[in-house]
Design a protein around this ligand. Structure first.
Ligand code: ITT
Length: 200
């Protein structure tokens, strides 16, 4: 059976990847134009992810739509920056900063960090709430390293400055097809499908 699931995201890059990742799975993603972004006030990916999913669920129910929802809270945790920007990844350098400025800021802060200390982890928490309230959470991680300069034009966000462990290309350079096989988001989706697959 295919379950129609509304996705709580305003991030076009994420949405594109989620559609590709769930293609061929029992989850068919739908968007809701009325989804009003939520203040990500929690201090963990887990709780912010739940906040987004619950917000969309409430908005749909107000509009008399009883449906399942999914969300994605993700970010980049850099060891040399004490795990930052972490849950603040989307707001690093200020809410109004451009993505180029955010990447430049991060590379600048890492200027004096030697190659062997440039490790970082992309994190993704992905909750699914069914219409009846049953909730599951998928978690995914991708370990890797921060480059010294931007490389590649594909993807979004921090993609041009992150090289996954065991790879030579950044997320941007490798292209979405490969990224969607090895990314933190793909891992979270796989974990989620594994735990909720039977009830879908
Ligand atoms: P929604 O909350 O509407 O989904 P957002 O951009 O605010 O969108 P997050 O709060 O999860 O999303 O912020 C995470 C930020 O980390 C996000 O803005 C991304 O640019 C970045 N990020 C997450 N996954 C990424 C990926 O696969 N590649 C590059 N950057 C990523």
């Amino acid at each position: 059976m295919i379950a129609r699931v509304y996705v709580a995201t305003k991030n076009a890059g994420k949405l594109r990847e989620l559609r590709a990742i769930f293609a061929g799975s029992p989850i068919e993603l739908a968007t809701y134009d009325g989804y009003a972004d939520v203040e990500e006030s929690a201090d963990s990916f887990h709780d912010n992810a739940l906040l987004k999913a619950r917000t969309l669920r409430k908005q749909l129910r107000t509009a008399r739509v009883e449906a399942a929802v999914i969300a994605d809270d993700s970010g980049l945790c850099v060891d040399a920056l004490g795990g930052g920007p972490g849950v603040l990844s989307a707001r690093y350098g200020g809410k109004e900063a451009t993505w180029e400025a955010r990447r430049r800021l991060l590379l600048g802060e890492m200027r004096n960090v030697p190659d062997e200390e440039r490790s970082a982890t992309f994190v993704c928490y992905m909750p699914l709430i069914l219409a009846d309230g049953q909730t599951w959470m998928g978690e995914g991680f991708a370990k890797g390293a921060i480059t010294r300069e931007e490389r590649g034009a594909g993807g979004f966000g921090y993609d041009p400055i992150f090289i996954p462990k065991g790879e030579t290309q950044t997320y941007s350079e490798m292209g979405e097809e490969k990224k969607n096989k090895i990314s933190h988001r793909a891992a979270a989706a796989r974990a989620l499908l594994e735990i909720c697959g039977e009830v879908l």
